[in-house]
Ligand binder design. Structure first.
Ligand code: PEP
Ligand code: MG
Length: 313
């Protein structure tokens, strides 16, 4: 089996035979965090997209102001699971006025996400200071991850800044190069979270916003599942969590496949949690393993979906 061995339990978010799969929420601000916390099955936050708090801001918010915004998201989850705060993912499809790199021909392949830190001295450090203040104030179990990481050196530099503030560092796996180096990434960080929206875009060389390329920007593409399998295997060997926080986590048919590939948590829009939870409760871990092998062995998303539907019934 490709799954990580974990103690059986029967809490919310598990297979029929008790293999745990924490179901986490993707949130954008305090109000979406409070809504997510009010929903029973949600066991924490797997992705807090901090840049969405500042879409309308022309100037960088002060550290104190940022700390207040982050504390609003952390508060509803203090003492309840953990919260993964993602540092600013500006650029490309998420333009932020105070953190842009102008005039790029190809912004999706340009200075975005963690790469902006080099362009804007102090921006990342101030955000990490604010996250640390909010974590201290609320007592929430706060993890911090960087978007758009391509190299182990980037992960190591980021992890040092996060650890210096007493927080738990991780990186997103969104670039195929990072997936292939997942085992080395885990020598410097405590967890990985796969952003399947971007990982699919970069693996398939297909713009995630291009509707006419939807057949390529599909996480059921076997090449994407291979990259997920490599990343999960690295986590299993290191004994460290590897979650998914892209749209793929919200697909109830894909969830058993991801569990079978060794993914340890799924983070999604809160509205998707009941259907994904119900699907997982209806299958055994052994069926998840079978579904994973079938999807990996398929030659197309359609073939994968058909094979998995047949297995899961
Ligand atoms: C992703 O790329 O899958 C992801 C979760 O990040 P975003 O959609 O915010 O780019
Ligand atoms: Mg992304």
């Amino acid at each position: 089996s490709r799954r990580q061995a974990v103690a059986a339990w029967t809490g919310p978010g598990s297979t029929a035979d008790g293999h745990p799969v924490p179901l986490l929420a993707n949130v954008a601000d305090g109000s979406s965090a409070r809504d997510a916390a009010a929903a029973g099955q949600v066991e924490g936050v797997g992705l807090f997209r901090t840049e969405l708090c500042f879409l309308d801001r022309r100037e960088e918010p002060t550290v104190a102001e940022q700390a207040d915004v982050y504390a609003e998201v952390l508060t509803p989850f203090a003492g309840r699971g953990h919260v993964v705060v993602r540092t600013l993912d500006a650029g490309s499809d998420k333009p932020i006025a105070f953190a842009t790199h102008e005039g790029e021909e190809n912004p999706a392949l340009g200075v975005r996400g963690l790469r902006l830190a080099a362009d804007n001295p102090g921006l990342l450090e101030r955000q990490l200071d604010a996250i640390a203040i909010a974590a201290e104030r609320t007592g929430a179990d706060t993890w911090v991850m960087a978007p758009m990481v391509a190299t182990v050196q980037e992960a190591a530099d980021f992890a040092a800044l996060v650890r210096a503030r007493g927080l738990k560092p991780g990186v997103m796996i969104e670039v195929p190069a990072a997936a292939l180096m997942a085992h080395r990434m885990l020598e410097v960080v405590d967890f990985l979270s796969i952003g399947t929206n971007d990982l699919t875009q970069y693996a398939m060389a297909a713009d995630r916003l291009a509707t006419d390329l939807a057949h390529l920007t599909d996480p059921w593409q076997p090449a994407v599942l291979q990259l997920i399998a490599i990343t999960a295997e690295a986590g299993r060997r290191a004994g460290k969590p590897v979650g998914i926080c892209g749209e793929a986590a919200a697909d109830p048919l894909l969830a058993p496949v991801l569990v079978g590939l060794g993914i340890t948590s799924l983070s999604m829009a809160p509205a998707a949690v009941p259907a994904v939870g119900a699907r997982l409760e209806s299958v055994t871990a052994g069926l998840c393993d079978e579904a994973a092998e079938a999807a990996l062995g398929a030659l197309s998303p359609q073939q994968g979906r058909e094979a998995v539907t047949k297995i899961l019934g």
